[in-house]
Write a protein that binds this ligand. Sequence first.
Ligand SMILES: Cc1cc2nc3c(=O)[nH]c(=O)nc-3n(C[C@H](O)[C@H](O)[C@H](O)COP(=O)(O)O)c2cc1C
Length: 213
Amino acid sequence: MMDIGALRSEYKQGRLDRADLNPNPMAQFEQWFQQANTSQVIEVNAMQLATASSAGRPSLRTVLMKAFDQRGFVFYTNYNSQKAQEITANPQVSALFFWKELERQVEITGAVEKVNPSESLDYFLSRPRGSQLGAWVSQQSSTLVSRDVLEQKLAAMQQKFAQGAIPLPDFWGGFRIIPDTIEFWQGRPSRLHDRFEYRLDKHKNWDVARLSP
Ligand SMILES: Cc1cc2nc3c(=O)[nH]c(=O)nc-3n(C[C@H](O)[C@H](O)[C@H](O)COP(=O)(O)O)c2cc1C
């Protein structure tokens, strides 16, 4: 068996200084996102999304961020999925981007709101037809007896929506994470990483603190 304990690499690519930080965390995020995108990070908009049931039991999955602006971070999903049910019971979530090629991570916490249906519709209409049908076909997170059942449902939906535009399902759309903390993490040698956390204070201003690695 390989020695997993011996797997380690030094993080030497960059550093993060307070003087480099944009006072606005969304502007800081935009800068890092663009750098990750131009650095050919694979699935640069994939984020790990943690939700928790009202009893405090966590669950985690990957989703694709499809928009961000001063309001927050948007992803799309099935409104009856496990994640959506947990969000309905407890809107507090955490999301994480790990851009390993840049030795960076960004961790977000906040509460989630549904995006308005017209925004979901705009995005839905921009998707390939196959993905639009996929949204109609899948009762996401429910158990399936077999793959065949899914394929039969797809065939039925293909017939039903053979002509014209495919409508937005009422059980599908976006959620926006409204951030209250955003942490930027840059790997450094000897595990002495740079971490800066933006936190909304009670006047809705962003405080920035350096955190211990
Ligand atoms: C790279 C990647 C991107 C994904 N993007 C999404 C997404 O944008 N929306 C979504 O609902 N599921 C997405 N998934 C699937 C989810 O990880 C998950 O399996 C699904 O949403 C059901 O999660 P839940 O049962 O916890 O609700 C993605 C999976 C991967 C690996």
